[in-house]
Design a protein around this ligand. Structure first.
Ligand code: APR
Length: 250
């Protein structure tokens, strides 16, 4: 379906759900997980960095990596795709943003009520008693490629402070997942932007939208297989989203 047809669907839509992955933040300079050249996973073993067991085994390596990523997020600014997504709220009756990303670039672009189904880098908590801690200002220059940092300890139980993200093998936050499902099943246009669709249950959301009769459009510079009932706009999120908004709303 060409951009102008998706633009027509956008004009007619009552409820648009935008589902994003790391690719929507790529043009803000935040590496995605799996892209061959910049993929963070290529440089680190995910099992070393993104599980509770790994954290307890080597907290300073894991916390250092997350703090490096958080510093990149703090240095980044929302790109034209984040801004175009936020602008949609001024044109469609109902807009819901569901993201797999743990950055806050959607919020900083002006989106409200963003559903973070994989948690957030800005909501650390105690690994033992789950007491929440606000964003901790990085206490050293983290711009170089990752370094060991001893995590802080919980004031209540002296447990390790862990990132507020969902690790492999962990359940998604129940409220966020239910809200994400409802947004997928309740919309009439579902835009999936910048995700490889490799991680479940998140990758189930486009399928849920499709099963309820929604128009599902994937936006990605890398071509990948979609079913006959889904649409694909190939290109970087900034370019596609700006074109879509201009075509749809001038
Ligand atoms: N615009 C749009 N998409 C892009 C861009 C861009 N400028 N650059 C890259 N992409 C695409 C890539 O082609 C890829 O399909 O973004 C996608 C990023 O895929 P992943 O790195 O797998 O990230 P994501 O899909 O968000 O991963 C899902 O996996 O590891 C877990 O918890 C982690 O939330 C993450 C989840």
């Amino acid at each position: 379906m060409p951009v102008n047809s998706v633009a027509e669907r956008l004009r007619q839509a009552n409820h648009v759900t935008v589902f994003t992955g790391a690719g929507v933040s790529a043009e803000s300079g935040i590496p995605t997980f799996r892209d061959a050249l910049t993929g963070l996973w290529e440089r680190f073993d995910p099992a070393q960095l993104a599980t509770a067991e790994a954290y307890r085994t080597d907290p300073s390596l894991c916390w250092g990596w997350y703090e490096w990523r958080r510093a990149k997020v703090l240095q980044a600014i929302p790109n034209a795709a984040h801004l175009a997504i936020a602008e949609l709220a001024n044109h469609v009756p109902k807009l819901t943003i569901v993201t797999q990303n743990v950055d806050d670039l959607h919020e900083r672009a002006g989106c409200e009520g963003v559903i973070h189904i994989h948690g957030s880098l800005h909501t650390p908590r105690c690994i033992d008693c789950a007491v929440a801690y606000g964003p901790i200002l990085p206490d050293q220059d983290l711009s170089h490629d990752g370094c060991r940092i001893e995590p802080l300890r919980c004031g209540a139980c002296n447990g390790l402070i862990r990132p507020g993200v969902v690790w492999f093998g962990e359940m998604l936050p129940e409220h966020a997942w239910s809200a994400g499902l409802a947004a997928a099943e309740g919309c009439d246009l579902f835009l999936s932007i910048g995700t490889s669709g490799m991680v479940f249950p998140a990758a189930e959301l486009p399928l849920r939208a499709l099963s309820k009769g929604s128009t599902v459009v994937h936006i990605n510079p890398s071509a990948f297989e979609v079913s006959a009932d889904e649409y694909f706009l190939q290109g970087p999120a900034t370019h596609i989203m700006q074109s879509l908004l201009t075509d749809a709303f001038g």
